[in-house]
Write a protein that binds this ligand. Structure first.
Ligand code: HEM
Length: 343
């Protein structure tokens, strides 16, 4: 059993974990391990938004960004997913990850100009976090298939201790050893012609929480799709439609797309939060998540490594200077625009 916090990020604690030192979790889980020289990662979400059938401008923008991702300074990993938002628009989001911020900086300006620099009849947005490694954590129910930011890690840990209790997420973030990570300030709107930027606030929180049922056998698939997924969807709809009042600025329940653009058997919830504390409160108190958490705990504890449903997440608490949000021709409740009044 190892700590989720890697040796080189351990510091003298001024804040304590929720668990005693001899705590043993009821089922195994794993975290991504980067090479110690990785100081910062970049997570960049490029979104497209349109109503009805995809217009030609969408295909052209998606082709263009994919070509840019293939550039030498491009990301170490990227994937693409789709969802329908509360206003009925289709959103296609390509998420790209770098473990070298200097590469991203060289790459980004031209890509940004191509994405939001001119009108093409559809909505576009860019949402970027570039957290120091002490500001984020991951968790995987099985160690043999990395997703998201973990794909570019050196590998997976052995079984970690800090999980399967409320507060485990916080305890896995290295900065929690010394910092409460409380939010500071309010998001503000900045206009730059047709581009709208959100000037964010300190300790804004991002979660990407994924589900992969592609390897499940008939019985496990039925259990997931008929018992778990409808409850998850209810929780995701709640956050999408009513999240703002509990500190969730925006929530997207995404379906991952394959290389040919068709849906795969993978999904993820992605949401922006006012604070880590607000996300913790939702996870431990909303009836939907409490139900699926309880069901998954039972199920993972019973099946152990035989479970074929894979769950993972990545959670970041970003400093204000580590955030960038830009929107063009999107509706007023898109992403972080929902956090401010846009007329
Ligand atoms: C089928 C879908 C899901 C299942 C079965 C599930 C189940 C679980 C389980 C078992 C844990 C504890 C993990 C551990 O520490 O070992 C957990 C933690 C958590 N989940 Fe989910 N979850 C699902 C989806 C989501 C989604 C979509 C979100 C939010 C977008 C979310 C938010 C959280 C948070 C914030 C925690 C950490 C709580 C803490 O450590 O304090 N979950 N979930």
């Amino acid at each position: 059993m190892e700590s989720a916090i890697p040796e080189h990020l351990k510091t003298t604690r001024s804040r304590h974990r929720r668990i005693p030192d001899d705590y043993v979790p009821p089922y195994p889980s794993f975290v991504a391990r980067h090479k110690p020289k990785v100081a910062r990662v970049v997570m960049a979400y490029f979104g497209l938004q349109y109503q009805g059938e995809a217009p030609p401008a969408a295909a052209s923008a998606l082709g263009d960004i994919a070509a840019r991702f293939a550039d030498a300074q491009g990301p170490a990993h990227w994937d693409r997913a789709q969802y329908f938002d509360q206003a009925g628009y289709s959103n296609v989001v390509s998420v790209a990850y770098w473990d070298d911020a200097a590469k991203f900086d060289t790459w980004f300006d031209a890509a940004r100009e191509a994405w939001t620099g001119r009108a093409n009849g559809i909505g576009r947005y860019i949402e970027v976090l570039r957290p120091a490694v002490a500001r984020y954590e991951t968790l995987f129910s099985s160690p043999d298939r990395a997703e998201g930011v973990a794909v570019m890690a050196e590998g997976m840990s052995g079984e970690v201790q800090e999980h399967a209790y409320w507060g485990g997420m916080r305890d896995r973030i290295p900065l929690s050893q010394t910092d409460e990570m409380a939010p500071g300030g309010k998001p503000a709107l900045e206009r730059d012609g047709s581009r709208l930027r959100i000037v964010p606030h300190d300790n804004l929180c991002l979660i990407r929480s994924g589900q992969d049922w592609s390897d499940t056998d008939a019985a496990e698939r039925k259990l997931y799709l008929e018992e778990v997924e409808p409850v998850l969807r209810e929780g995701m709809d709640f956050l999408r439609d009513d999240g703002v009042r509990i500190g969730c600025y925006t929530n997207r329940y995404m379906r991952v797309l394959g290389a040919d653009g068709s849906p795969t058997e993978k999904s993820y919830g992605q949401s922006w939060w006012h604070s880590l504390a607000a996300l913790e409160r939702w996870a431990e108190s909303h009836p939907t998540h409490v139900r699926i958490f309880g069901a998954a705990m039972k199920y993972l504890s019973t099946l152990g490594p035989a479970a074929k449903l894979r769950l993972y997440h990545e959670v970041t608490v970003a400093a204000a200077a580590e955030q960038f949000f830009e929107y063009r021709d999107c509706h007023a409740r898109t992403g972080m625009l929902a956090a401010v009044a846009v007329d």
